[in-house]
Write a protein that binds this ligand. Structure first.
Ligand SMILES: [Zn+2]
Length: 210
């Protein structure tokens, strides 16, 4: 079974993984995984460095990791048919849109769902003048001195003018245009529209933290 997955995953675009019910990575399309890793500044890994890892460890701790863990659980439980999400994954000088698809793999007898197919593909990219905040490291911490960024649409939370305690979500370009300061760290979360969109597809993210 594992061998079948590997051959198939190697033929797919982007980062393609099969994860098991414990959310461990069971199989990977190694060619594209290695390319992805090197493009993101890593030295060439071997498959031993990813097989057996827990997929959710790759997500920022806190609300983002918890939300994805719950969505994967719902896929295994059959409470969600699939997950498809277009999300921003920018570098300072490049706007990038990725598409994540997570689809249950049923056993041959149409029985229980034992695995999920996880695929992340670059669908759009564009060079631009650098926006430094996209180079800041991300944390799960939620603190006033750490800029909150939506992990789906890449808007950042700033205090809303004239509405004490309220926040508005701005594109990074507008953040700087309105005098936003440079940031040393980012905190990943979900803006309200992105949270609502995820919620519409999945009952399980009702407790999602913004
Ligand atoms: Zn958003």
């Amino acid at each position: 079974m594992t061998t079948d997955f590997e051959a198939l995953l190697d033929a797919m675009d982007g980062v393609a993984l099969v994860i098991d019910r414990d959310l461990k990575i069971q199989s990977v399309g190694i060619r594209n995984w290695q390319a992805f890793w090197c493009e993101n500044g890593g030295t060439r890994p071997d498959d031993a460095q990813i097989i057996g890892r827990t997929i959710t460890d790759a997500f920022t701790p806190g609300s983002v990791r918890n939300t994805f863990r719950q969505m994967f659980a719902d896929l295994f439980a059959g409470q969600r048919a699939s997950l498809r999400l277009d999300y921003r994954c920018d570098a300072p000088n490049e706007r990038r849109v990725m598409r994540l698809s997570v689809t249950p793999i049923r056993a041959r007898d149409q029985g229980e769902i034992r695995h999920l197919l996880y695929q992340s593909v670059l669908i759009d990219s564009e060079q631009r003048p650098p926006l430094a905040l996209f180079g800041a490291p991300a944390t799960g911490l939620k603190r006033p001195d750490i800029l909150r960024i939506c992990c789906v649409c890449a808007k950042v939370a700033t205090p809303a003018p004239g509405a004490e305690g309220q926040q508005q979500w701005l594109d990074a370009e507008d953040y700087y245009a309105q005098g936003g300061q440079e940031v040393s760290m980012l905190s990943h979360g979900f803006c309200e529209p992105c949270a609502t969109k995820l919620l519409a597809d999945d009952r399980a993210v009702g407790h999602l933290e913004h």
